[in-house]
Design a protein. Structure first.
Length: 202
């Protein structure tokens, strides 16, 4: 989900993100809305909100380097390099001003790990160069799910410029203790409205 919510001080964009991990890799799925293509790539939008579907499909691959550059992952403090392995386009882009907000490309990114990390850190800087209006930045965040495959994930929100770190339970000390619990080490505060957004997403 991504959208501009009326009545807020700043236009709000929020996407879901799924982060699953093994000892070999992070498997990340992140929704990239058509709105981002309008904001960052200059996809034309008519006064009624409509955009050209084929042009959106053409611009989406050009947006992927921007996505990878502005979404960073670290394993035990070391930068990881992401590789896009699959992109699922939206079936349609709806009519009206909110149509681009509700249409998403689902991007699958793989971050290969050299060894099993004790800590994974994620941060994003999406749309920081593109204000919604002069002096008014986009309030861009991700509603994430983080955890090992098959386990109950941690839920939270990732705000621009505010890294979040997780304990994976995969480090040497955790393995020696037999632990596999994923614990959130840094949890950003959420307003009631932001928790409501997460409830809608999930």
């Amino acid at each position: 989900m991504i959208g501009v919510l009326p009545g807020w001080a700043h236009p709000i964009l929020q996407n879901p993100m799924w982060i699953e991990f093994t000892a070999e890799a992070l498997e990340v799925r992140v929704d990239m809305s058509v709105r981002e293509l309008i904001v960052v790539q200059g996809l034309p939008q008519d006064t009624d909100g409509m955009v050209d579907y084929d042009l959106a499909l053409d611009l989406a691959p050009k947006h992927l380097p921007y996505l990878l550059e502005h979404l960073s992952f670290k394993a035990d403090g070391k930068d990881l390099k992401g590789e896009v392995v699959k992109v699922d386009p939206p079936k349609v882009i709806g009519k009206g001003l909110e149509g681009p907000d509700r249409a998403h490309f689902n991007v699958h990114v793989r971050y290969t790990l050299e060894s099993a990390p004790e800590t994974v850190t994620v941060m994003h800087r999406m749309c920081e160069e593109f204000p919604s209006a002069p002096g008014v930045p986009w309030d861009f965040s991700y509603a994430y799910r983080f955890g090992p495959k098959g386990a109950v994930p941690q839920l939270g929100a990732l705000y621009r410029g505010k890294p979040v770190s997780f304990s994976t339970g995969l480090g040497a000390e955790a393995r020696a203790a037999g632990g596999t619990v994923v614990r959130l080490e840094q949890a950003p505060e959420k307003s009631r409205g932001q928790w409501a957004l997460l409830a809608v997403l999930w």
